[in-house]
Design a protein around this ligand. Structure first.
Ligand SMILES: *[C@@H]1O[C@H](CO)[C@@H](O)[C@H](O)[C@H]1NC(C)=O
Ligand SMILES: *[C@@H]1O[C@H](CO)[C@@H](O)[C@H](O)[C@H]1NC(C)=O
Ligand SMILES: *[C@@H]1O[C@H](CO)[C@@H](O)[C@H](O)[C@H]1NC(C)=O
Ligand SMILES: *[C@@H]1O[C@H](CO)[C@@H](O)[C@H](O)[C@H]1NC(C)=O
Length: 405
């Protein structure tokens, strides 16, 4: 039912949207038309999944069986990390544990690993994605334990996270990596879109400086510069931020709310106007964002908050005339929160589908993985346990079939 509804909504919107002049892309490349995604001239509506752990697997059979499961469940787009970096002191351990790594940092610079523990693994993931007709969103770095490696190595002893967005050496180093990844895969229609950074914020493991504050436009400037850079390398693939979708609203009612007051760094409405950001993305984790309000008996409703967050983003994307993807969401559980996740997920998903979204829950879970007998540490604390993919802390597997079905 949801799919039919989405389909008819798509038809209506493509009739009414002003036919924006759009560069024509090669056959098989997904592109945008107004507020829709489009593939070979037809609307492309989808439900997909996240899986940061897939390129960390060492067994091609396990990667393939995961794509088989995704395909059976109707996944058409999947999002994963296009980065995995270590520093030189971790190399010996990485070799011993068969860890996947693409960059090794030493003395302020990184070297690329294109070998069997390196980009060959990402090549394999993209190859198998293509076999199952699943397209891939690749993210170039991460606000959490990703860009901090650039900061630590290029400006040792830095006290602020946001130096990443403004230091010319940092930008050059990031762009050198982006160029490596884009040039490697830019002819492939399996790439759905490039993503500049997962969850860019003014702060990360380090705090934000006084130069990254509401109104400074630090992130918007970085988004513009990097999306223009990617576009200069690749005229055809879509580009998006990877951000959480924070707003910068001046309404005093939101003045103390981190998701709305611009303090995080993003300005969702403005960022959407940048010419080389092709569609909008945002994330949704109300429990972790409002821990002080979320306790049994609280008057804070996780469900209602999520529905509003969905509506606000839908309105902004409609205004900007660009497609919209709710690209991460999830609930912790079970037991210590007042509301029941089996009712909240369908409520959120229905609202997202009714308001013309594509959606990617966090995250896809696989069972029956066989490598190393089904038990292996794949990165730091993330492990395969009895054949199950990493559980990402307390965030349990999304009941995926139910979301799509
Ligand atoms: C390491 O991973 C590769 C696949 O990338 C695999 O062929 C090899 O057997 C693995 N080595 C060990 C010691 O598990
Ligand atoms: C290397 O990485 C580890 C683990 O992420 C970190 O604790 C350490 O500080 C890093 N070393 C340098 C020189 O950045
Ligand atoms: C909900 O609870 C908070 C404190 O926990 C209180 O400040 C607020 O006024 C309450 N809102 C309503 C509508 O009862
Ligand atoms: C949660 O919802 C399910 C389905 O509606 C219901 O069967 C279950 O009893 C609910 N659990 C709680 C703790 O309310």
């Amino acid at each position: 039912m949801q799919k039919m509804k989405l389909f008819w909504l798509s038809c209506l919107l493509s009739l009414t949207a002003a036919a924006a002049p759009k560069k024509s892309v090669p056959p098989g490349f997904v592109t945008t038309r107004g507020t829709e995604f489009e593939l070979d001239g037809s609307p492309f509506a989808f439900v997909g999944a996240n899986s940061y752990w897939l390129p960390l697997l060492t067994s091609l059979d396990d990667v393939e069986s995961t794509f088989q499961q995704m395909s059976l469940q109707g996944v058409k787009v999947f999002r994963t990390w296009g980065f995995n970096a270590i520093n030189g002191s971790e190399l010996a351990g990485a070799l011993e544990s068969n860890l996947t790594y693409y960059q090794v940092w030493n003395n302020g610079d990184w070297t690329l690993n294109e070998g069997p523990q390196g980009l060959e693994r990402l090549d394999n993931v993209l190859h198998l994605a293509s076999k199952y007709d699943i397209r891939v969103i690749l993210t170039f770095t991460n606000n959490w334990q990703g860009m901090e490696l650039y900061v630590d190595h290029i400006t040792p002893g830095a006290s602020f996270h946001d130096v990443f967005y403004t230091d010319p050496n940092m930008i050059a180093s990031y762009q050198r990596y982006v160029k490596t990844i884009v040039n490697r895969y830019k002819s492939s229609s399996t790439i759905f879109a490039w993503e500049l950074m997962n969850e860019a914020r003014c702060l990360g493991d380090l705090p934000a400086s006084p130069a990254c504050v509401p109104g400074s436009g630090t992130l918007a400037k970085w988004y513009k510069e990097q999306s223009d850079f990617v576009r200069s390398l690749d005229p055809f693939h879509m580009i998006t931020t990877g951000g959480e979708g924070h707003f910068y609203w001046k309404d005093p009612a939101f003045a103390s709310d981190y998701n709305f007051n611009g303090q995080a760094g993003e300005d969702f409405d403005f960022d959407l106007t940048l010419p080389n950001l092709d569609f909008a993305v945002y994330h949704m984790y109300p429990q972790t964002w409002y821990p002080q309000l979320d306790f049994p008996g609280s008057n804070f409703s996780i469900e209602a908050w999520g529905l509003e967050w969905i509506d606000y983003h839908a309105a902004a994307a409609t205004k900007a005339g660009k497609p919209l993807l709710l690209e991460e969401f999830g609930l912790l559980g079970p037991s210590f929160y007042a509301e029941n996740k089996t009712t909240i997920y369908p409520s959120w998903v229905n609202r997202a589908l009714e308001t013309n979204h594509a959606i990617l829950p966090w995250q896809f879970g696989a069972l029956g993985l066989s490598e190393s007998g089904g038990n292996r540490l794949i990165k730091y604390a993330d492990a395969l346990i009895d054949g199950a993919s990493p559980n990402d802390g307390e965030r349990k597997f999304v009941p995926f079939a139910r979301l799509i079905g």
